[in-house]
Design a binder for this molecule. Structure first.
Ligand code: ZN
Length: 263
């Protein structure tokens, strides 16, 4: 299976990149989920890890960076982007949707930043949360790139058409991206969605969610926004390339994956 999928959104050139596999338990990945919608899932399985690269024409942006060398079954993001002639020093901006290790492990290697020219953007709430957990791997990882991080406290348009939207619940400072170019839209869910099957039951969530109540609210709003904008959706842990549309009928949501064209 191809592990890199390129596509165009208006004037933006994008890539969905697989970082490899994330071994998880069903219990962790499907908290608060009725068994009948996930009965075919084994007790342990590999969750997909998809991340996004955006080329605006003058900026190279990564939305999260994968596990890096912190997990042997993952850490393939860099190898995949190199096949497209993109190297760590080419990356200008890294958006940290939230600071779980599957999204930030690749920021540094042995304490040294992997992307020497990048600046980083994340929510202040997220930074504060992990700073209050100083023994956590997440905190240590963030500290490795601390001097280049910009902390935001409101929704912002970081580049023309690329908006960072606070979407709390999974973590306190979780970000979604709303990207618009030439009348088309892509909404990046990151981790507020866990698996296409659970669109039937929105209270389902990854067990790491800090506030399931807020997460549910965020999920509902995000899904409604995707429908209202007829937007393409990107979800980090949905089957590769994590891209599709959401359809709603009588309060029941459904995932329509895109048909891959450049395999
Ligand atoms: Zn994740």
């Amino acid at each position: 299976m191809s592990k890199l999928y390129t596509f165009q959104l208006g004037t933006l050139k994008l890539m969905s990149i697989s970082d490899g596999a994330f071994p998880v338990s069903k219990e962790f990945f499907f908290a608060n989920t009725p068994e009948d919608i996930i009965q075919d899932i084994p007790p342990n399985f590999d969750a997909p890890l998809n991340f996004l690269h955006i080329d605006t024409g003058d900026k190279q942006i990564l939305v999260d960076v994968g596990f890096g060398k912190t997990l042997s079954t993952a850490g393939q993001l860099l190898n995949h982007i190199k096949t497209q002639g993109i190297y760590p020093e080419d990356i200008d901006t890294i958006i940290i949707t939230h600071a779980h290790m599957d999204h930030i492990g690749g920021l540094s290697n042995n304490g040294k930043p992997v992307f020497p020219n990048a600046e980083y953007i994340m929510r202040k709430e997220e930074w504060d949360f992990w700073e209050n957990h100083p023994q956590s791997n997440e905190c240590r990882k963030l500290k490795d790139v601390e001097d280049r991080i910009t902390l935001i406290t409101s929704d912002v348009e970081i580049f023309p058409g690329i908006y960072l939207i606070h979407a709390p619940g999974h973590t306190v400072g979780h970000l979604c991206l709303y990207i618009h170019s030439e009348g088309t839209s892509l909404l990046v869910a990151s981790d507020i969605l866990n698996d296409p099957r659970t669109l039937q039951y929105l209270p389902s969530h990854i067990r790491a969610e800090v506030s399931p109540r807020q997460g549910l609210e965020t999920r509902r709003k995000f899904l409604q926004d995707t429908v209202d904008r007829k937007a393409l959706v990107f979800a980090c842990h949905y089957p590769f390339p994590g891209l599709g549309y959401v359809r709603e009928e009588s309060g029941r949501w459904e995932w329509i994956p895109i048909v891959l064209q450049n395999d």
